[in-house]
Design a protein around this ligand. Structure first.
Ligand code: PA5
Length: 463
């Protein structure tokens, strides 16, 4: 595996508007404190995601289940939301052939199609359920808490359809949830539905290397061993005690300094490879939900705003904003050295200025040159940016990227002085939803909801 981070364009001596020598010195000296905080959390057993790559028993839960059901299903459908969906989506986009679900069974090598329902929009759910053969479908219900409204609603809809359309609904269900707690675990126990574990010390957005990501991956034939090996290898590279030898420490520190010292509050992750498009979405949730916090209700809140983009596509969209808009962003590129089978651009229209120069180059080469050109152009305009280089998009490198960004998130939590592992800010909205849907234990939220200001006719438009 080859993975490297080039952060030259983040530094003030290279890019006007980059990190100053003083701030860098301060951060370098402070890194031992940051690491100590990380180690404290590890020792307290809070960083369960670190042990996942070497947890052979947990890995086997997924591979054994996948082996048991091999050949029985044409479609695997993940039901989940947030951390219980974004990992499987990122894995699917990165490691399955493009348009996997439209390929023939033969082209998929006999592996099932993979769908992820990560919302409760009836339009999408109705359309998918309407076209599946339920007798040939497996539903993977993923919820750490085992009670998230959206996922439970999806499950109820699916369960009823399965009961109506199949011989035994339970044969088409597998749960991924907390080993002991929550409604899903209870149902699994009572009805003997297979249920795989999300270890208690692994939170939703850090769970991609548990059966949350690994089971769907194993079910469609992704090399889950390589995924975990890549993550383990990267975790090893983050053992460095010096900031400059620790890639996750570097990423977190540079982004933190950019936000807090340079006013670069928006952190863009911009892979130059279609398969990594959804990794950016996964990172956005990880960085946002982990770091957007207040330390006390009075402090107004801290945390960067993560943002996803895709090269070269977004060069014709968001890059104008990155280049000339408010100087409040950093851009982290992910550049891939080998983009699979490359395509030579034919030498046609050689006499036409706008086309002729392209002939003989390769599409992958064009993509790579465009990434370097965009990084250079941003640097020239005093817009800090850095580049993560990987050899190729495969299970090994993807595992490494997941681990890199997860460890960086914990370091960033230390730097911001927030707990990166909780998400108290989403609770009130959930409680209000329960209140409006009439959940029995939501009486207090119902009272609070009733006291909120209601829409005012003076401030509304339309009928
Ligand atoms: O990262 C998180 O903890 C959240 O985004 C959760 O993944 C999300 O709320 C879904 O929760 P659960 O897996 O309990 O259904």
């Amino acid at each position: 595996m080859t993975i490297s981070l080039d952060y030259s364009n983040m530094m003030g001596d290279i890019v006007a508007g980059g990190v100053s020598a003083d701030d860098w010195r301060g951060a370098t000296n402070n890194f031992s404190t940051v690491r100590a905080g990380f180690e404290r959390r590890r020792a307290a057993g809070e960083l369960g995601f670190l042990s996942l790559p070497t947890d052979a028993l947990l890995h086997r839960q997924s591979t054994d289940f996948a082996a048991r059901v091999r050949g029985r299903f044409d479609d695997v459908v993940v039901l989940g939301i947030g951390g219980s969906a974004l990992g499987p989506i990122a894995l699917r986009t990165a490691l399955l052939a493009p348009a996997w679900n439209s390929l023939s069974n033969e082209q998929r090598g006999g592996q099932p199609r993979l769908h992820v329902l990560d919302n409760v929009d009836p339009h999408t759910i109705g359309a998918l359920l309407g076209r599946l053969s339920l007798e040939r479908s497996l539903f993977v219900v993923i919820s750490k808490s085992g009670g998230t409204a959206e996922t439970m609603a999806q499950y109820l809809v699916v369960r009823e359809r399965l009961t109506a359309a199949t011989k035994d609904a339970k044969e088409h269900l597998v749960f991924v949830t907390d080993p002991a707690k929550g409604a899903l675990r209870e149902i699994a126990k009572a009805e003997r539905i297979p249920a795989l574990d999300i270890p208690p010390a692994v939170g939703g957005r850090f769970s991609v290397l548990t059966p949350v990501g690994v089971l769907p991956a194993a079910l469609v034939g992704i090399d889950t061993k390589a995924l975990l090996a890549g993550a383990a290898e990267l975790a090893g590279k983050c053992a460095g005690t010096e900031l400059t030898s620790n890639p996750a420490g570097l990423f977190a520190t540079l982004e933190y300094l950019a936000d807090t010292k340079l006013g670069r509050h928006i952190h863009v992750l911009m892979p130059y490879a279609d398969p990594l498009r959804d990794l950016a979405d996964w990172y956005v949730q990880l960085w946002a939900e982990s770091l957007g916090k207040h330390r006390s209700p009075a402090d107004g809140g801290v945390g960067p705003t993560p943002f996803g983009a895709l090269g070269a596509t977004d060069q014709h969209s968001k890059v104008q904003l990155f280049m000339e808009g408010p100087p409040d962003k950093t851009v982290t590129f992910i550049a891939v050295r080998e983009l699979g089978s490359d395509i030579v651009i034919p030498r046609l229209h050689s006499d036409v200025k706008e086309l002729g120069y392209l002939g003989g180059h390769r599409l992958g080469e064009l993509l790579s040159i465009e990434q370097r050109a965009t990084a250079g152009a941003l640097a020239r305009r005093g817009r800090p940016n850095m580049t993560i280089h990987i050899d190729r998009v495969d299970a090994h490198h993807l595992g490494a990227l997941f681990m890199l960004l997860e460890i960086a998130t914990i370091y960033a939590g230390e730097l911001y002085g927030v707990n990166p592992l909780d998400q108290p800010g989403v609770e009130l909205g959930k409680q209000f939803t329960y209140a409006m849907l009439g959940r029995a234990d939501a009486e207090q939220a119902r009272q609070e909801w009733n006291l909120l200001p209601k829409p005012d006719a003076r401030y509304s438009w339309g009928s």
